[in-house]
Design a protein around this ligand. Structure first.
Ligand code: GDP
Ligand code: MG
Length: 444
């Protein structure tokens, strides 16, 4: 199942079999996991074909390992399956808006009803809660407590067992009071083996209140059973959206995909704890990262971002060194930050693009110890933007202030400024010399 994918990712990243074999194995495991989560075979094949195609047509960035690159592709494509970069629409498309929550007992419907009410109240909507669970003795009490806590009115009828009537009267009452969003909490189960009755009741409530949206609440740990469950509910009342609860307890998510596959509904929120504010708008990328193993995936994504940053900074440096630009502390600073994770800081100047093109820069200007680099980074951290952009304004009193702020001595600041000036002079000189040489030989 999907929940085993984390292990597959681990195995793939740390395994010793050849890359090609590991890729084949991983793709097979991915297919198996998706199909056993009841994702349509057609969808699975189109996903894995897309992955294979990208493997063929794209190349990993030079500083990223092939295996990590592969996982990034899987992550991208799986995210697309869940909606990609799109966040679901949570603002109601009309007012008033009636949401009916359905789902089996214990999944977190009542809690989620409260979370939703709080979410929309905070957004400025006038919200009402209707408690239509007449089978659990304390159900209404539970909802009322939540309502008190977030100051949202709750409609319920303590000694009634007429769920349909309560739902109807509750919605009507709130409509009469000009509520903008009305959330109807329902029962989960009548008793063992009485599911047919439950679904019938859902249908009757649905017909009575004609909600704008039916939301299926499912527990993240449900797994494959989610497919059947979701399709049965979907037959009784067309499911429009899904909320997955208890995402904090497990990193599972196969059930979610199954429920999506069974209903064609979109996932709208996830519950990440018992507290009233522990509800997040569903984010496909974050969700897939959880399925694949948050730690592994986050580390890989971070590396890709570093590469992107690095490329940007390198481009800027190239402009500075080979073009008209002038080297500033800010360039140097950005360069150091971007490089920090890519290799030892002491190699920073060798790694500057364009330096090679200029010819030889004296060794002692290029080779700077790791310790000194760290000190310099701290010093630059204490500079103002103005100072970073115009190093020439750094006089004695500024040096003292910067030293104090960075926990260094004014001499250290002076050394950096001097070194910087020297570098700038050298670059200028080399640039001039390069131009002369080019003139001599008739241009590039
Ligand atoms: P219902 O029977 O579907 O109405 O479920 P309840 O709302 O009564 O919740 C059942 C249990 O699940 C309660 O103990 C809740 O506190 C807990 N619960 C609900 N949502 C979450 C969640 O997102 N995370 C965690 N950890 N617990 C939750
Ligand atoms: Mg309940």
């Amino acid at each position: 199942v999907l929940d085993n994918l984390k292990d597959s990712v681990r195995k793939f990243l740390t395994g010793s079999s050849s890359y090609d074999k590991a890729v084949d194995d991983f793709i097979k495991e991915l297919q198996k996991a998706l199909i056993s989560s009841d994702v349509q075979v057609k969808l699975v094949l189109s996903l894995t074909n897309k992955i294979k195609e990208r493997l063929k047509n794209e190349k990993p960035p030079s500083s990223i390992e092939r295996r990590e690159w592969f996982i990034k592709i899987v992550y991208d494509e799986l995210s697309n399956l869940f909606g990609g970069d799109k966040e679901p629409k949570v603002t109601p498309e009309k007012i008033p808006y009636v949401i009916m929550l359905v789902g089996v007992q214990g999944t977190g419907k009542t809690t989620t009803a409260g979370k939703l009410a709080y979410f929309y109240k905070k957004k400025g909507f006038k919200v009402g809660l209707v408690g239509a669970d007449v089978y659990r003795p304390a159900a209404l009490e539970q909802l009322k407590q939540i309502g008190d806590q977030i100051q949202v009115p709750v409609y319920g009828e303590p000694n009634s067992n007429d769920a349909v009537g309560i739902a109807k009267r509750g919605v009507e009452k709130f409509l009469g009071e000009k509520a903008e969003i009305i959330i109807v909490d329902t029962a989960g189960r009548h008793g063992y083996g009485e599911e047919v009755k439950l679904l019938e009741e859902m249908k009757n409530i649905y017909d009575a209140i004609n909600p704008d949206e039916v939301t299926l609440v499912i527990d993240a740990s449900l797994g494959q059973k989610a497919y059947d469950l979701a399709s049965r509910f979907n037959q009784a009342t067309k499911i429009g959206t899904i909320i997955i609860t208890k995402m904090d307890g497990t990193a599972k998510g196969g059930g979610a995909l199954s429920a999506v596959a069974a209903t064609g509904a979109t996932i709208k929120f996830i519950g990440t704890g018992e507290k009233i504010d522990e509800l997040e708008v569903f984010n496909p990328r974050r969700f897939v990262a959880r399925i694949l193993g948050m730690g592994d995936v986050e580390a890989i994504i971070e590396k890709f971002q570093e590469v992107e940053n690095y490329d940007k900074v390198q481009k800027k440096m190239e402009e500075v060194i080979t073009g008209k630009g002038k080297l500033t502390f800010r360039d140097l600073y950005n360069q150091m930050i971007a490089l920090r994770k890519m290799g030892p800081l002491s190699k920073i100047f060798q790694l500057m693009p364009g330096i090679g093109m200029l010819g030889q820069i004296p060794e002692d200007q290029l080779k700077i110890g790791e310790e000194k680099m760290k000190k310099w980074l701290a010093i630059m951290n204490s500079m103002t933007y103005e100072e970073l952009d115009n190093p020439s304004i750094i006089d004695k009193s500024r040096m003292r202030r910067i030293a104090l702020g960075s926990g260094t001595r004014p001499e250290d600041v002076k050394e950096l400024v001097d070194h910087f000036n020297l570098m700038q002079k050298t670059i200028k000189m080399l640039k001039r010399r390069k131009k002369d040489v080019e003139k001599l030989f008739g241009g590039q």
